[in-house]
Design a protein around this ligand. Sequence first.
Ligand code: AGP
Length: 604
Amino acid sequence: MCGIVGYVGHRQAQDVIMDGLKRLEYRGYDSAGIVVTGDPELDVVKRAGKLSVLSDVLKTTPLKGNLGLGHTRWATHGKPNDVNAHPHLSEDSKLAVIHNGIIENYLPLKERLVEAGHVFLSETDTEVLVHLIEENYEGDLYAAVQKSLSEVTGAYALVVSHADHDLIVAARNTSPMVLGIGDGENFVASDVPALLPYTKEVIFLHDGDLVLITNDGVTISDFAGNVIDREVSTVEWDAEAAEKGGFEHYMLKEMYEQPAVIQQTLGGRLAGNGMDVQLDIGLDPNSIDRVIIAAAGTASYAGMVGEYLIEKLARLPVEVEVASEFRYRDPVVDERTLCIVVSQSGETIDTLEALREAKRGGAKTLGIINSKGSTITREVDDTIYIHAGPEIGVASTKAYMTMLAAFELLGIWLGRARGTLADADAKELIAALRQTPKLIEEALKNRDEVAKIAEQFKNYKDYLFLGRGINFPSALEGALKLKEISYIHAEAYATGEMKHGPIALIDDQMPVVAIATASPLYEKTVSNIQEVKARDGIVIAIANDGDTEIEKHADYVLRVPETHELISPLVNVIPLQMLAYETANRLELDVDQPRNLAKSVTVE
Ligand code: AGP
């Protein structure tokens, strides 16, 4: 959500910034802009729309200079147009500000500044920062930003430059930002991929950090000006891992990476005795008697699979909470509660705030997270990293897969430690888990079959997804994927719930994707499918290889290999991801950057 790149060094700033913004496109945006410190003034270009629109302008009028800031804006206050795009400049065109987040007290600040004679050009909350810093500026940019921040409330990753100074000032409160440390050059960005071609040495900023960046170095202090020593981390990802690697879209590439990345999640965590799991976490499994899982979107559906696994294997009561609701409803939490937060980015504001709410109640906390060094990983007691590598496609695929794998590991670990999972059951589950990469690979081979279904139903307006038990979350995830990237209305229900209302929707214009893989409830699922057929519904069943019975009931069958029921969500999600992808691609939609969506949602 909003991309930020700042550069000071020996290269042309425009090149570094445009390249970095391109690498941050996945975050979601609807306008873009750049400012470069020229001589004697700042040169700025801003455009609504994709980066290519901005690039076209820069081709004819390139901005020359070695210091600059760039921004991709995801609109919150004010439409996505040229004027509202960042950077915002002061009235004397000497000061430039880019910002990710929301300034909550911008209205009273604006009123005061207007009264003092400032003229606002945009509808954004960000513009108050420019006028405020301008008002506080007396020749020292760092001091002006520092003074201004004492008046501001809200969330921000803020980056400021001034025509008279060869330096950048940045500040963070809630919205993520990372510094890139180079040789005679330094960088600031909202996420690591923007930095990868230039440096792997990074510093993840914390809330309350104020930074002075020059080509020689970076100085981090708190808002009071006390210098802070922050650790430099080395990023393991390379730039290539964040590229498309010959695939048409990041989403497709990431789907095909799933057999490999799940091995990274499991790797080294399955014990040699075949029935235990090793997790490098300090949690005492007997110190808790209840689990809350808080997450958003796809991560929350992974959490629902986690609920099923932990209850079944470890006999602990689990509640899954929509993070954006949890934090506001005075939840009952105590020191015997384990709050698990699940997040690919580790920066989702709703999930982060849910974590903070749980901590206020005294809960123990555990993160299931992809991004190392992210804010959530710094605030939880322990983290299980999912090791999915960079996920660029806005529609999450491999992160979901590896979140599921992490929950499998956690469920077994808790079950073994609490004595609720017998040796034989653990062995059976772990043996099945070891087979999963191969089974996912098998499922991915059925792309052509899924593509035929996508072609046939791509112009339908509605879809229904049904699943039950541990595959009810799979149905929810299938519906979300389709909605996100194909903009087709899709709903998901627990299969047995259909007769309580949704069955009224069934007709020959409503394809119904029914998950009917091996489970003790298979027969009941088949009966529910018959109920759909009896009402002229179109049934697309997800069923196991070799299940001939299903052909008698479903109009179409998409095949997946059979596995242990508790592991089946990892395999069953493949045709669901593929259906969304093939449908959106056929509709010629922007698969990797669907409209209105952001990869990392850092505002409420
Ligand atoms: C997934 O396809 C979605 N784009 C979205 O629901 C996402 O899972 C959600 O915003 C949570 O993100 P996180 O995992 O980075 O916290």
